[in-house]
Design a protein around this ligand. Structure first.
Ligand code: NDP
Ligand code: 8X3
Length: 256
């Protein structure tokens, strides 16, 4: 394991699920954490939990809001400016409706967050990494970026875009020491389905009924593994599924 101690790690979507689990896992390695999400109170609660382990800076930010992203990143306090590891995790799905019936506002939100938010963060932080000849961008993609599924076409398209962006960025950075990785999970039980179903907790629970889904901590372990490889090793793309899932649409459910 290569030491990542004292590196500055910025995690988007750190107020919940995979992002919060990454914050906890990286805190154990004594990195300096910048936690980004819209819900500041959640970030501050997590920060107070992690404060004993490491230094934490919270940033209340909507990654879709280009000018806010620009001004927030440009006005980071001096000790926090040189981000070494960017974990582009903030993302969401909205709805599970047929393409020809879905709510267009749901599409806008997914496209703005999953694609444009990731792009804004990347565009602003990668030039510094290139100048300093040090850095790693870890994008959280999805099995949905590899295979579409009914009702998920726009979400799947955003994750296919994340996959293409990871691939293209890696090519653009060839010849520099900067690494780009895409971690692409299947079903992980977080607030993801509650958000997809606009707060319908019962419907969200049914998504994971009868299976043992991945946990946010499972993914955080893998993200940390990826970030702590020696500098000549880049985990380029990694698809991670629960044993009970074999493709985007095939899941084995036990009756309870
Ligand atoms: P959660 O809903 O638990 O967490 C999503 C996080 O994204 C929250 O912290 C939320 O914070 C943040 N977020 C959403 N929109 C914005 C925004 N506009 N600006 C800043 N932050 C934002 O879901 P997961 O942890 O499961 O999702 C994390 C990532 O993993 C997503 O990219 C998702 O697509 C991906 N993924 C999830 C899988 C799953 O099955 N759960 C499987 C494969 C990939 P806040 O609301 O406070 O802004
Ligand atoms: C989230 C997992 O299977 O709902 O990316 O698309 S899935």
């Amino acid at each position: 394991m290569a030491a990542i101690q004292d590196k500055i790690v910025l995690i988007t979507g750190a107020s919940s699920g995979i992002g919060a689990a990454c914050a906890k896992a990286f805190a154990q390695e004594k990195v300096k954490l910048i936690l980004v999400a819209r819900r500041l109170e959640r970030l501050e609660e997590l920060a107070s939990e992690l404060k004993q382990a490491t230094q934490v800076h919270c940033l209340s930010l909507d990654v879709c809001d280009r000018s806010s992203v620009e001004s927030a990143l440009k006005s980071l306090p001096e000790p926090w400016i040189n981000v070494d590891i960017l974990i582009n995790n903030a993302g969401l799905s909205r709805g599970l409706d047929k393409l020809y019936e879905a709510d267009i506002q749901d599409w806008e939100e997914m496209i703005d967050t999953n694609i444009k938010g990731l792009l804004y963060m990347t565009r602003l932080l990668v030039p510094g990494m290139v100048n300093r000849e040090q850095g790693h961008i870890i994008n959280i993609g999805s099995i949905a970026g590899h295979q579409a599924y009914p009702g998920g076409s726009v979400y799947c398209a955003t994750k296919a875009a994340v996959r293409a962006l990871s691939e293209g960025l890696k090519m653009d950075l060839l010849g520099t020491p900067i690494r780009v990785s895409s971690i692409d999970p299947g079903m992980v039980e977080t607030e993801f389905s509650q958000v997809r179903f606009h707060g319908d907790v019962e419907r969200a629970k049914k998504v994971y009924q009868g299976i043992t889904p991945l946990t946010a901590e499972d993914i955080a372990d893998i993200v940390l593994f990826c970030a702590s490889r020696p500098p000549h090793v880049n985990i380029s793309e990694l698809v991670v599924l629960a044993t009970d899932q074999s493709s985007a649409t095939l899941v084995h459910r036990r009756s309870e």
